[in-house]
Design a protein around this ligand. Structure first.
Ligand code: A2P
Length: 274
């Protein structure tokens, strides 16, 4: 499968393993299975509490560090310079790595206070991450859960656009305004929860469509993200599903894409901000 390339020339393998809600002991095995199955992209976060397991699994795999793309994230409540540097240092220690491939501001506001205006703090965190990038600790810098209105101030202050915005994205919830803004501006959209954390897998329309391609609903959902130019990060701790989720080399027809696009807004999802 083709890699995605960020506007600053970094290649990111097309399907990444998501590890949100993967308990540490499950996470280790999941990462090992994923690497065996051919994944070369693992997504974690300080907040997930499993960075050490991701790092250990990568080391134990014997695959050279530089062949694996590793993402982690700055906790959403950290919006100052010292805290940003300290948390990246801690994440690197947890991972047992000298650098991460992608470092994201996890959210524009603390999870305990969704929607709070943290523009000033986001600018400070963003500036700090760019410095850490120059110092070689971060290859690629980005954000997560940011709306266009959260991204613009970063650009205005530093002149540097995030390379990635990782957002909640799945059939029925494509955050069109944010996706359009990002794609217009060369920001790669990564899709977390591409299976809606499992809640769309029994949808009748998706089941019928998937059956016509002889694939699972999960595979259809992952292929849908790819077809829309977003990089899916399906989470699984099950070996067979991990293997299935990267076997998505089939093309959804334009007609079916239109049908799936039309499901936007009716899925069982939680809006972060309307
Ligand atoms: P499990 O980890 O037991 O495989 P998302 O990526 O949207 O967060 O969705 C993750 C959820 O979907 C988890 O509950 C995961 O369970 C489940 N899942 C992942 N891959 C598949 C698959 N191929 N088929 C069915 N369920 C899946």
């Amino acid at each position: 499968m083709k890699d995605f390339r960020t506007y600053d020339g970094i290649d990111i393998p097309a399907v990444g393993l998501g590890t949100w809600q993967s308990a540490p002991e499950d996470c280790y095995r999941a990462v090992r299975w994923a690497l065996d199955a051919g994944y070369r992209h693992i997504d974690t976060a300080h907040a997930y509490g499993n960075e050490a397991d991701v790092g250990r699994a990568i080391r134990d795999s014997g695959i050279p560090r530089e062949e694996i793309f590793v993402t982690t994230k700055l906790p959403s409540h950290i919006k100052d310079e010292q805290g940003t540097e300290a948390h990246l240092t801690e994440s690197l220690r947890n991972l047992g790595m000298e650098y991460v491939d992608l470092y994201l501001i996890h959210a524009p506001w603390p999870w305990s206070d969704i929607g709070r205006d943290c523009t000033e703090g986001n600018i400070i965190a963003w500036r700090t991450i760019l410095e850490l990038q120059i110092r070689g600790f971060v290859r690629c810098a980005g954000v997560s859960n940011f709306l266009p209105s959260d991204i613009r101030p970063l650009l205005e202050d530093t002149g540097v656009m995030p390379a990635v915005d990782q957002i909640r994205y799945f059939v029925g919830n494509t955050q069109r305004e944010t996706t359009f803004f990002c794609q217009e501006n060369g920001i790669l959209v990564e899709a977390y929860s591409p299976l809606a954390t499992g809640s769309i897998l029994d949808n009748d329309i998706l089941s019928d469509t998937a059956a016509r391609y002889n694939v699972s609903v999960a595979q259809l959902c992952i292929a849908y993200c790819l077809r829309n130019g977003t990089l899916p990060l399906p989470k699984s701790v099950n070996k067979a599903r991990i293997e299935q989720n990267i076997a998505v080399d089939f093309a959804i027809s334009d007609e079916d894409m239109a049908k799936l696009d039309a499901l936007d807004g009716i899925g069982p999802y939680r809006r972060l901000r309307s």
